[in-house]
Ligand binder design. Structure first.
Ligand SMILES: [Ca+2]
Ligand SMILES: [Ca+2]
Ligand SMILES: [Ca+2]
Length: 234
């Protein structure tokens, strides 16, 4: 608690004195390390058509890292059903890289080519209400470049929707999703288009915890995350 109080005081001082002093004090210790996060919550499921295999019926299988195992009818993936969809949330908002590097990795357990490949269409959203198309995938491990769809470095997205486009009725029906990974974190924590005191309040409110505000995926919101947020101020 002492640490948090100290940090609040330091932040208030920064707000009073302006960014030049504050940023000098908080010289970036955050490496631009390659961090990433996996989906941490299922928001909505709309099972499509076709037969649902019991091993592929748990939507929670989409959360966390890729863990599918056990052959063609194993455990660890969720089948969308023909034309079905799932919406998942990330703990920390995500963004485009600013270049053509992949920003989202959607792991589907089937092949990426050939007659049994099961494609999907991908959408992302800041608020879970307004969705932006982020292209389509052919199945297997699919890479999405958000920048190619107008979602760049200053964007702040929180949700991913995966829609079966294969309409493959073979059991388990539709695409079989194992994991959803976002590569670049956004310090615009409330997704309102600016990095400002509102985001700072969210970060300080989550001090010491994992999840939103943990911009370097270290497992806790701390001074490193604060320096990243302040470095993106404006
Ligand atoms: Ca990119
Ligand atoms: Ca904001
Ligand atoms: Ca952290």
């Amino acid at each position: 608690m002492t640490t948090r109080s100290t940090m609040r005081y330091a932040t208030m001082s920064w707000l009073a004195s302006g960014p030049a002093t504050g940023l000098a004090l908080l010289t970036v210790t955050a490496a631009n390390a390659s961090v990433f996060q996996y989906a941490d919550a299922v928001v909505q499921v709309n099972y499509g058509g076709g037969q649902q295999h019991p091993n592929f019926s748990n939507p929670q299988s989409v959360l966390g890292m890729s863990d599918y195992a056990g052959g063609p009818f194993g455990i660890g993936a969720y089948s969308l059903g023909t034309g079905g969809s799932i919406e998942v949330r990330m703990a920390v908002p995500f963004r485009g890289s600013g270049d053509s590097q992949p920003d989202l990795v959607i792991s589907e357990i089937g092949p990426s080519a050939g007659g049994s490949a099961e494609g999907t269409s991908i959408q992302v959203s800041a608020d879970g209400t307004t969705w932006i198309s982020a292209g389509s995938l052919s199945g297997g491990v699919g890479l999405i470049d958000l920048d190619a769809h107008g979602i760049g470095e200053s964007s702040s997205m929180r949700f991913v929707r995966i829609v079966d486009a294969s309409f493959n009725p073979g059991v388990p029906a539709g695409a079989d999703v194992d994991s959803v990974k976002a590569v670049f974190f956004s310090p615009d924590l409330n997704s309102d288009g600016a990095v400002d005191a509102l985001d700072l309040a969210i970060l300080l409110g989550a001090w010491g915890q994992a999840g939103i505000g943990d911009l370097d995926d270290s497992g806790a919101v701390d001074a490193v995350d604060l320096s990243v947020l302040l470095g993106a101020w404006g």
